[in-house]
Design a protein around this ligand. Structure first.
Ligand SMILES: Cc1cc2nc3c(=O)[nH]c(=O)nc-3n(C[C@H](O)[C@H](O)[C@H](O)COP(=O)(O)OP(=O)(O)OC[C@H]3O[C@@H](n4cnc5c(N)ncnc54)[C@H](O)[C@@H]3O)c2cc1C
Length: 439
């Protein structure tokens, strides 16, 4: 799972235009710069772009695989909100209404940022659908959606709309696990690797130096300077940005490495469906969908009518468990959408999303070394949150923003995970518990 030389095996890798010449400079040499960024996903690329373009900084980005190799190049393409596992009710209780509102507003802005970035730079991210449909997978969950809609609309003014089982069947799709739904008008679907490569192209054009296949293996201080050692050279930098999210590997400050919880997310994609097959589930929407399961399914129809179906699960990352997960997802897809039980899968892949103990992203600087910045922990919702956070990091480093302006739910280091070596066992226990809850 951490081998940057290994392609993800995603549909996106087959369908994204390649990077233009001079964008990925390949393995770094011995160099000196203002800011070194570790991680070439949305967070790192967006930070590199804005540091170079808006603050004229000399930037080096180091990525272990190819640019966008991590979650940014292999996700489900849901550009939706919010990046937290807390309900907006719990978020409000924990941080107060004003800070919860700032958090939601910032993530609303994050979605607009992605769309307007792509439009203004002329990047075809294959945007489709309007909003996100959260589907009740059991009748009891519809009542929960009703309560949520009332609270969220009253407090945050998001304009969520409820649809009964019959209305969903008529306007969106029908299935055995469809008991009404909540439509959040914010968000859309996109081609994730097109976005990552688009960010890389614009960052390189702005002057950022992007080095793929440059894993940072060693990190030490030499007075005021950071030394980052890769197999091909050493980067000396005044400041370092850690943008490694769920794929974080050594060497990273313990504050980050020991406190993140990488969780596997898996995707299977079918061949293009025929018009008759779509009619079998009355499928007629391009809006991305997720259901109310704790171990959620997320699914969307792609522009060429392939069906993307995603789910969380697996704690080992072995080939054997990957194959088991794929069979589980194909079986569940057939149960939820029986009209497509015969449709074969053409692509299957997986990767890490990043959770934290507090259930919200973490953006900041390491307290005992304020020259090290980080943004991570998007809880499986980083397509909009990560590019936005990368820009915010650049603004913090460039002095345009103060830490106090970061919404409180994100303004902190990740919370401690007791006995970090046991993280995989905590996950196993959580997956088992959620499976039972979902039943
Ligand atoms: C299967 C899957 C489906 C998902 N679906 C969605 C979705 O539909 N919607 C959504 O909003 N979010 C989704 N996510 C989450 C989303 O993709 C992430 O939140 C987002 O891409 C995080 O971006 P990032 O730049 O912070 O991290 P990443 O894109 O993971 O980039 C981190 C990079 O750091 C590099 N790195 C780590 N350590 C080192 C080192 N020592 N040296 C050099 N490089 C290093 C890694 O190689 C990696 O490429 C999904 C994730 C997965 C895996």
């Amino acid at each position: 799972m951490y081998d940057g030389g290994r392609p993800a095996g995603s549909l996106w890798e087959e369908t994204a235009p390649p990077l233009g010449p001079g964008v990925d400079l390949g393995p770094n040499r011995d160099e000196i710069c203002d800011v070194a960024i570790i991680g070439g996903g949305y967070t790192g690329l967006s930070c590199a772009l804005h540091l170079a373009r808006d603050f004229s900084m000399d930037v080096r980005l180091l990525e272990a695989g190819s640019l966008g190799w991590g979650a940014s190049g292999r996700n489900g393409g849901f550009c939706t909100l919010p990046p937290t596992t807390l309900s907006l009710g719990d978020l409000t209780k924990r941080y107060g209404e004003a800070e919860a509102k700032r958090f939601v507003d910032s993530q609303r802005e994050a979605i607009s940022f992605v769309r307007s970035f792509a439009e203004s730079e002329g990047i075809d991210i294959a945007a489709q659908g309007e909003g996100e449909l959260l589907v009740a997978h059991a009748p009891s969950r519809f009542a929960m959606l009703e309560q949520e809609a009332e609270f969220v609309n009253r407090t945050f003014g998001l304009g969520l709309r409820l649809f009964s089982r019959e209305e969903v069947a008529e306007r969106f799709y029908d299935s055995r696990e469809q008991f009404g739904a909540l439509l959040n008008p914010l968000g859309f679907g996109l081609h994730p690797l097109r976005l990552a490569r688009g960010l890389a192209a614009v960052a390189a054009q702005a002057g950022a130096k992007l080095h793929g296949h440059s894993p940072v293996l060693w990190w030490e201080r030499e007075g005021q300077t950071h030394l980052l050692v890769t197999p091909s050279g050493t980067i000396r930098a005044k400041r370092v940005v850690v943008a490694t999210n769920g794929f974080t590997r050594a060497p990273m400050p313990g504050l980050l490495a020991d406190r993140i919880i990488p969780v596997m997310s898996n995707i299977v994609v079918t061949r293009p469906l025929t018009a008759d097959e779509l009619a079998a589930q009355n499928w007629q929407t391009e809006t991305p969908c997720a259901n109310t399961r704790n171990l959620l399914f997320y699914y969307r129809l792609l522009p060429d009518r392939r069906f993307l179906f995603g789910a969380r699960g697996d704690t080992t990352g072995t080939e054997a468990d990957g194959a088991k997960m794929r069979r589980f997802m194909e079986r569940r897809r057939a149960e939820v959408f029986p009209g497509w039980a015969h449709v074969e899968t053409t692509h299957a892949w997986r990767g890490f999303v990043c959770m934290t103990a507090g259930g919200t992203p973490s953006i900041g600087a390491v307290p005992d070394d304020p020259s090290v910045f980080f943004a991570l922990g998007y809880h499986g919702n980083g397509v909009s949150a990560a590019p936005w956070a990368g820009r915010l990091l650049a603004q913090l480093i460039g002095g345009k923003e103060e830490f106090s302006t970061v919404p409180a739910p994100m303004r902190r280091a990740p919370g401690k995970v007791p006995f970090p070596a046991l993280r995989r066992w905590y996950l196993r226990a959580a997956l088992g518990y959620y499976r039972i809850m979902d039943l």
